[in-house]
Design a protein around this ligand. Sequence first.
Ligand code: OSB
Ligand code: MG
Length: 370
Amino acid sequence: MRIERIELRVLQLPLVRFFETSFGRISERSFVLVSVEDAGAIGIGECVADAHPYYSAETTRTAWHVIADFLAPLVLGRHFDHPRDILDALGRVRGHNMAKAAVEMAAWDLYARQQGVSLARVLGGTRDAIASGVSIGIQDSLDELVERVVIERAAGYRRVKIKIKPGWDVSAVARIREACGDIPLMVDANAAYTLDDAPHLARLDEFGLMMIEQPLEYDDIRDHARLQREVRTAICLDESIDNVRNAVEAIELGACRIINIKPGRLGGHAAAIRVHDLAAANAMPVWHGGMLESGIGRAHNIHLSTLPNFTLPGDVAASCRYFVPDLIDPEIVVRADGTIAVPDAPGIGVHVIAERVAAATMEKMELRVA
Ligand code: OSB
Ligand code: MG
């Protein structure tokens, strides 16, 4: 594989419904789409950074800058035997995993297409359908929250995750248990608490949650290890696991019992596979997170979720929850049994509608071998 052309676009798409987390409410997504080209064959990746630096330090604009000025020159015109070698080739650039992942994942799609096989095949996937969970944001009232949970359960989702923050946690979980009974339920705090909140978070233990995701500061593995000793509920790390070494440290310190894998946060599919394998070797389950991706990023997530240690339902849900219309057609659908079929056409295996991409494009740039 030799990438001779890269195309960058900034897209803006309105969300079907607002999405609120402990770090704020958004009503649209802004992201960079990366296409890489080799002799007419094209691969595509979606950068998960958003307009704001509230989930992680990266933004749509930093990703654009770093890809155009630093990452593209490191891959353009260079021969790669395999996309697993790309992250190392970008290693001189510190951080910026989301920018790196967008380029790397586009290259995986290109490689799989050139081989004529699905992305799942080249990633090492072992299943043809994945279990889908749903992530429900903070609502304006507890009544509306219960209403959302009922709707999503009826749609088939295998587990429900709700976003929590101080003031919207124990009461929200209690209401859902009252109204919906013993459904598979978990919470995600997006780093809204401190270790001083340990006694409060321990109040969640009585509700039999599957896990508490990222309760403490985004880069604080040590405090998560302390918290895990004070609560019975499993802690799952998201923000804190942004490379393989962090995962090793978290496992060694007992900072979590479950890991959320997002290739965008880790620097792409190859790094995600390494964390997946590391967790498997330590008998720790993983699941695939989501970043409100369009159908393009969502397709990448579906393929990666076919690896064997993704044993818990992921935040990989139907297109219609996010974007109508999606950038792809047919869109991603969740079946009545809460599963999503893995596309079996070459690469990510979904059909991107060029006119929809063009209509959502705010800015475009083309980079070629110098
Ligand atoms: O923490 O998992 C998260 C969305 C944006 C940023 C961070 C997170 C999320 C989600 C939504 O929980 C997952 C999805 O449905 O794509
Ligand atoms: Mg999370």
